[in-house]
Write a protein that binds this ligand. Sequence first.
Ligand SMILES: [Zn+2]
Length: 151
Amino acid sequence: MISRKLSAGDIIDARCTRCREILNHRIVAMVEDKVVRVECNTCGGVHNYYPPPTAKEARAAKASKEPSAYRASSPRSGSKKDPVEAERAEWASLRPTMQIDKAQDYAMNESYRVNSLIHHSVFGLGVVKQLIAPSKMQVLFEDGVKLLRCQ
Ligand SMILES: [Zn+2]
């Protein structure tokens, strides 16, 4: 079996921490034959290399994103009018309008405006829905609305 050796500057598939997708990345740094840092071709972010998930992991991730599957495993799946479900649907409908490269990294000492696009290290991409004085805001994330601190 012939395996081509990777080197810095090569393009490989990697998991982007910002885009949260498997995308083309350019190798920035390697240690021996291991890729350590990559640059995302989509958002331009440089981050540690995360290999793309195996087919099995990809299927599991897809299954967990399925709202029905998620709800089915939840003990509180009786009510049909689930606000979180509606929030998830709203996020999904807004997703095509979100420009990832315009998202600000969330920090609690920043101030934000309604409709600002932010990137949270845990919740991912979110849109500011409402500012609640003092120093709190509601942000719509893929997983529903969260209350975050801000200035
Ligand atoms: Zn990216």
